[in-house]
Each structure stands twice: as C-alpha cells, then as structure tokens.
Design a protein around this ligand. Structure first.
Ligand code: CA2
Length: 162
C-alpha cells in the first residue's frame, strides 16, 4: 500500500512568498505544495496538503488523519508557541509526526523560539527554507519503511546489521 502523508500549514502561511520575503523567502505555499507533489510522484506516495488560519480546523484535520494518513508533517506557524489543543491532537496520532519551520526558530527572537508543539512531534526540521518540507517527506517515508528500492541506498539510512 502506498504511504499517505498529510501536510498541514498553520496561520498566515498562505502569505508565504508574498510578504516578508527577507524572513521567509520568495517561494509561495502553492510552489511548496507543487514540489511536495512532485516528490510524492517519484516516491509513489500520496500527499494531502492543507493550510488553515484556524486552530480548531487544524485539530479537526489531525483527527481526520487517524486511519487515513500514515504520517503527518506540520508547520504549525504561530500555534507552535501557544497551542495545547494541537499538542493533544498530535498525541492521539500514532504515526510519525514531523514539525517543519521554514526559518531557524532557534535563531529568532524570544517570541518565535520555543515551540511547544514540538514536544508532541517525532522530529523537528527548521531553517532549511521550503526544502524542509522535502526533507520531512523523505524522513517520514523512510521512518515508515516505504522508500522505494530505486531511491539511492544512502537515503534509506543505515540499516541495522544482523
Ligand atoms: O519559519 C516558519 O515556518 C514559522 O513557522 C513561520 C511562522 C512563525 O510564527 C514561526 O516562528 C516560524 C509565521 C508564519 C507567518 O507566515 C507569514 C508568511 C508571509 C508573511 C508573513 C507571515
């Protein structure tokens, strides 16, 4: 069965590439989705890609992933720093959960530095720009053990020796 990944984007990320390019770059969210879908085609997986400004809608999407998606990749944006509701929803989901931030949140101001949602995530990728989403997809599919054999061995990671 092909792996299914749900990618979630939080508030204001619909303005990527349109405002504040000095912090978040000039790539739009539509372009990020297109690159994720292109990689999905190569890996033989399916991706559903969402953006919402509403915390409750993101909670509903995480809940809907139960039984429908194998992994969640999420850029919770500003909710990273405030949302207990997202933490609780993420804890219910059993598959890999990878948090992505375009900017390096650790090098930012006090307000943007301490992600609390990362406590409920399997891994966090930040500071790689839009490539963070690509790295997260590869990592999620690798964690699921569903990378196709045609992918170079190094991307499969080091396998335990028997
Ligand atoms: O670097 C990231 O991906 C962030 O999650 C983006 C959030 C910020 O609060 C986090 O600290 C780091 C902000 C998303 C707001 O998106 C905008 C996009 C364009 C212009 C203005 C805001």
């Amino acid at each position: 069965m092909a792996a299914k990944i749900m990618i979630l984007n939080g508030p204001n990320l619909n303005f990527l590439g349109i405002r504040e390019p000095h912090i978040y770059g000039s790539t739009t969210l539509g372009e990020i989705e297109a690159s994720c879908q292109e990689l999905a085609g190569t890996l033989g997986i399916t991706i559903s890609f969402h953006q919402s400004n509403l915390e409750g809608e993101l909670v509903n999407l995480i809940q809907s992933a139960h039984g429908k998606a194998d992994a969640i990749i999420m850029n919770p944006a500003a909710y990273s720093f405030t949302s207990i509701a997202l933490i609780d929803a993420l804890k219910i989901f059993e598959g890999p959960k990878i948090e992505v931030h375009i900017s390096n949140i650790h090098a930012r101001d006090e307000l943007h530095r301490h992600s609390i949602t990362s406590t409920a995530s399997t891994a966090v990728i930040c500071g790689l720009g839009p490539y963070g989403y690509i790295a997260a997809i590869l990592a999620a599919v690798q964690k699921l053990g569903k990378l196709p054999d045609k992918i170079p061995a190094s991307l499969h990671g080091l396998r335990a020796k028997v």
